[in-house]
Design a protein around this ligand. Structure first.
Ligand SMILES: Cc1ncc(COP(=O)(O)O)c(C=O)c1O
Length: 406
């Protein structure tokens, strides 16, 4: 999955160019930087590669989400509909705006169930945030239609799905805006970093200012910048952007390897009739960072996870249902509103409600799901060995269960 697996001279070269100028900041210092503008170059490369009119880099995927929510005018009292399966960063960004995360069920796409979204819309709903989890994508046609019908903002959290596409367009470019993460474990990495993608010039201009203290970036003299609105520092550094610039040039190579390894591993698991696979709204657009698969019951899935653990082959395979980071079941800190500072009253009330809410439809899916991360470093022989061991572990559990049943 992550670009760091194929670290190379290309990243070193880009970073060294920045170190040679000594200008580690993305703005200003025009003369000593000697024409090196790595952040700007990376933004241009993002626009070109993903077909977005504008891109604004940020210090992380989380700060990219925060920045774009501000630019889209999502704030206190607004509700953002988001999935029960995501990384905690998605709701962190929402809470940081004074906004209310409204969690709804996922379906077998492992992200927003469009019917659950429809049922959650209230007069306070401002935005729908699909999270394109584990390299694949949401049912975007359905979500675009819902947002159009109800006049809502569609904000794609595409942090985990760089390079995935839906019906010919890259995820992150289909809604009003989208975000990528370039943290260390993403498809391409900057070490830390993120980006907002949008086709809306107004949204872009606001992101540009907001992520740099609200500076208007209008004149040549940075010290004379005005502040049309309050902003914060969510800037990326030139060192991080330099790494990303080398990585984005290698993205197609990473995706090709990922897709090949994914398809080989899938061919092993497909041999087991009790295994089914995640629903992918546009299979050709899967970036293939993970192979996500289902077994028929929670009991069987837990037994297979335990068997894989006993055989020491569980590493790289994720049972999200028991995972602290990614599924609502274990987000006690969110449900208990364990904040270091006072959340606003409306947020506190919403989290209190969440603490007594159940997600049986999501549970029925997530309790049967295992996601196998796809490494760029595997050899064909290693995939064969891995696939055979996984299939044998599943078959062993199935035969034990069938003996027990008779
Ligand atoms: C779905 C999702 N959204 C947002 C983020 C936040 O990205 P970052 O770690 O760059 O802040 C992540 C990171 O893992 C993620 O998986």
């Amino acid at each position: 999955m992550p670009g760091f697996e194929l670290w190379s001279d290309a990243e070193r070269k880009e970073v060294n160019e920045v170190l040679e100028t000594g200008i580690l900041m993305r703005y200003g210092f025009d003369a000593p930087r000697k024409g090196k503008w790595k952040s700007k170059e990376l933004e241009e490369a993002i626009c070109k590669r993903f077909g977005s009119k504008y891109a604004q880099l940020a210090s992380s995927g989380t700060s990219a989400l925060t920045t774009v929510m501000a630019a889209l005018g999502i704030g206190a009292g607004d509700e953002v509909i988001m999935p029960s399966f995501t990384f905690v960063a998605s709701f962190e960004a929402v809470l940081s705006m004074g906004t209310i995360p409204v969690l709804v069920d996922v379906d077998e796409t492992l992200t927003l169930n469009p019917d659950a979204v429809r049922n959650a819309i209230t007069s306070k709903t401002k935005c729908v945030m699909p999270v394109h989890m584990c390299g694949s994508m949401a049912d975007l046609d359905a979500l675009v239609a819902i947002c159009k019908q109800h006049n809502l903002i569609l904000l794609e959290d595409a942090c985990q799905s760089i390079g995935a596409s839906y019906k010919g367009k890259h995820v992150g470019t289909i809604g009003n805006a989208g975000t990528f993460s370039f943290d260390f474990v993403k498809t391409i990495t900057c070490g830390e970093g993120g980006a907002v993608l949008t086709n809306d010039e107004g949204v872009y201009t606001k992101c540009d200012g907001y992520s740099d203290h609200g500076h208007d970036h209008k004149g040549a003299d940075r010290g004379a910048d005005l502040h049309p609105f309050i902003g914060y520092n969510f800037r990326i550094s030139e060192l991080h952007a330099a790494v990303g610039l080398a990585q984005i040039k290698r993205l197609d190579q990473f995706l090709e390897i990922q897709k090949r390894n994914h398809s080989q591993l899938k061919s092993f698991l497909s041999q087991v009739p009790e295994v089914s696979f995640r629903k992918i709204p546009d299979p050709a657009g899967d970036s293939c960072t993970f192979l996500s698969w289902f077994l028929t019951t929670e009991e069987l899935t837990r037994a297979v996870v335990n068997e894989m653990k006993a055989q020491n082959i569980l590493a790289g395979n994720f049972y999200w249902y028991d995972n602290n980071w990614h599924y609502v079941r274990k987000w006690d800190h969110l449900k208990n509103a364990s904040s270091l500072y006072a959340l606003n009253d409306v947020q506190q009330a919403a989290l209190k409600k969440l603490s007594s809410q159940n997600f049986p439809a999501s549970d029925a899916i997530m309790s049967r799901c295992i996601s196998s991360s796809i490494s760029l470093l595997w050899t064909e022989e290693q995939i064969r060995e891995k696939g055979e061991k996984m299939v044998n572990a599943i078959k062993k559990v199935l035969s034990k269960q069938s003996v027990a049943a008779h």
